[in-house]
Design a protein around this ligand. Structure first.
Ligand code: CA
Length: 141
């Protein structure tokens, strides 16, 4: 292999590795079976989450809820959204302050964050279950 080809191959492999690493960091899966409930349904059993990450999961039963928690790393705004074929809704709650936001079925919540505060994201079905959802988010100013 000549030097030019070897250099191009190295660049391509580096790009693949960088992309793969980024995906591995940013994406995760709910820790509950796709037809299950009960493992992460409460604030006490919430799964860790970070703004900027995507997590996929299922509302496994009609009474299932999936709760995720994050601590704000800044006092910017956050947009959280779910993408799903299911008839699902979600809320974000700060237990300490009583702040509570609902997507009202739109799949979208825009909210201010307060540095150091802990928030809970709760995804649930509106008489629906069995479909996958993806919860994602990002910071904005
Ligand atoms: Ca659950």
């Amino acid at each position: 292999m000549n030097l030019r080809k070897k250099t191009l191959l190295t660049i391509a492999m580096t790009a693949v590795l960088a992309t793969g690493a980024q995906t591995a960091l940013a994406a995760s899966t709910e820790l509950e079976a796709s037809n299950g409930s009960g493992a992460n349904d409460t604030y006490a059993t919430a799964e860790g989450y970070s703004i900027g990450d995507s997590v996929t999961g299922y509302i496994g039963t009609y009474t299932d809820a999936d709760v995720f928690t994050f601590t704000a790393q800044n006092s910017l705004y956050a947009e959280l959204y779910i993408e799903t074929a299911g008839n699902y809704s979600f809320t974000v709650t700060n237990k300490a302050t009583g702040e509570h936001y609902s997507d009202d079925g739109t799949g979208l919540i825009d909210m201010p964050l307060t540095y150091g505060e802990t928030y809970y994201v709760r995804v649930f079905g509106l008489n629906d279950k069995g479909k996958e959802y993806r919860l994602s988010s990002f910071h904005y100013f």
